[in-house]
Ligand binder design. Structure first.
Ligand code: NAP
Length: 300
């Protein structure tokens, strides 16, 4: 139970509704900022405006997955308000207030630092990243189906990177009968790829491997699908880049070559917002529960 915790939920999309539902069930007191157009009345929640709130009693701030923009704007699909989070506002919260966000950027990290508040990036956590890799893999299937005129079964798919997303994507496509090769740079990763029954290749050989790839799915957040790699791909080849912006593909060159290449960010929120929200809600409820004893010690 999160009874006694005062939490400000600022902005978000459909995923945030799952967070609100879960935290309200656990009896936290929620202040919903940027939710004017939300019809659903969750018990224990109050709609509020950021600038009118008494932030001194706030123990936690929950931001959308994207956090803020580089100018501090917090996106919400439930209001037309322009919500700007500043270091000055954060300073008004309780000293132990923790800010939770999916990811961060230089603005948000610096605002939290200036205010002396802890910032937790949920998507840095292995558990969140691994759970999230499931809807990401499903979204990747959707994209490949939408942008090809052949079956996944039997096609040659090169997955780049064997991190949390790469592993799930490779396994899922193999399960659909694709001939999956996975490119990595560490020998342990190459060994794991073999153990998974897939074909490993070293990323140094990507240029050569690209010749037979119907689809390249990149998960490496560095320029890896270079002009040299793209120029070796078959003409009907497809590149789906899952890595965070700006991705790891030379998109301008792909366009010149007539190779379809697309950055596909935020797939969990697109294909499975409910599940994606439940993943965040589950982890958040544990983290907030850990905050409870500290808070009572502080108040006693
Ligand atoms: P991860 O677990 O850190 O895996 C990243 C992989 O990239 C690792 O295999 C890593 O290998 C490799 N890598 C990193 N830098 C490299 C370099 N310079 N050269 C070669 N390999 C390199 O990350 P993840 O959780 O799988 O996420 C991967 C990307 O997908 C991230 O950018 C993440 O933000 C994004 N993502 C996108 C979606 C979406 O919907 N599109 C959803 C979730 C995540 P080493 O161990 O050798 O470094």
């Amino acid at each position: 139970m999160l009874t006694g915790l005062n939490i400000a939920v600022i902005g978000g999309d459909a995923r945030q509704l799952e967070v609100i539902r879960k935290l309200a069930e656990l009896h936290a007191k929620l202040w919903l900022i940027g939710f004017e157009q939300l019809d659903h009345g969750f018990t224990g929640t109050s709609k509020a405006k950021l600038e009118e709130m008494d932030l001194s009693r706030i123990d936690a701030i929950i931001l959308p997955v994207a956090g803020t923009s580089l100018s501090g704007q917090v996106d919400t699909i439930f209001s037309n308000d322009n919500i700007i989070l500043t270091a000055e506002l954060l300073k008004k919260t309780s000293e132990k207030c923790v800010i939770y966000s999916g990811i961060s950027n230089s603005y948000l990290t610096s605002a939290a630092e200036k205010a002396g508040r802890k910032l937790v990036q949920l998507f840095d956590r292995d558990d969140v990243a691994i759970y999230n890799s499931i809807p990401t893999a499903e979204g990747t299937i959707m994209m490949v189906i939408q942008h090809t005129d052949y079956t996944i079964h039997g096609s040659n798919i090169a997955v780049l990177g064997l991190g949390r997303v790469g592993m799930s994507v490779a396994r899922t496509f193999a399960g659909l009968g694709a001939k999956v090769k996975v490119g990595a740079r560490k020998s342990a990763h190459l060994a794991r790829i073999s153990e998974m029954g897939l074909s490993p290749f070293h990323l140094d050989d990507l240029k050569e491997e690209a010749k037979a790839a119907d689809v390249i799915i990149n998960t490496i957040p560095h320029l890896i699908v270079t002009a040299e790699v793209i120029s070796n791909m078959p003409h009907q080849g497809l590149i789906i880049d899952l890595a965070s912006k700006p991705g790891g593909t030379d998109f301008a060159f792909a366009e010149k070559q007539g190779i379809k290449a697309m950055l596909a960010p935020g797939l969990p929120g697109i294909v499975a917002p409910k599940t994606a929200g439940q993943i965040i809600a589950g982890v958040l409820s544990h983290l907030l529960a850990e905050q409870l004893p500290k808070r009572s010690e502080e108040k006693s």
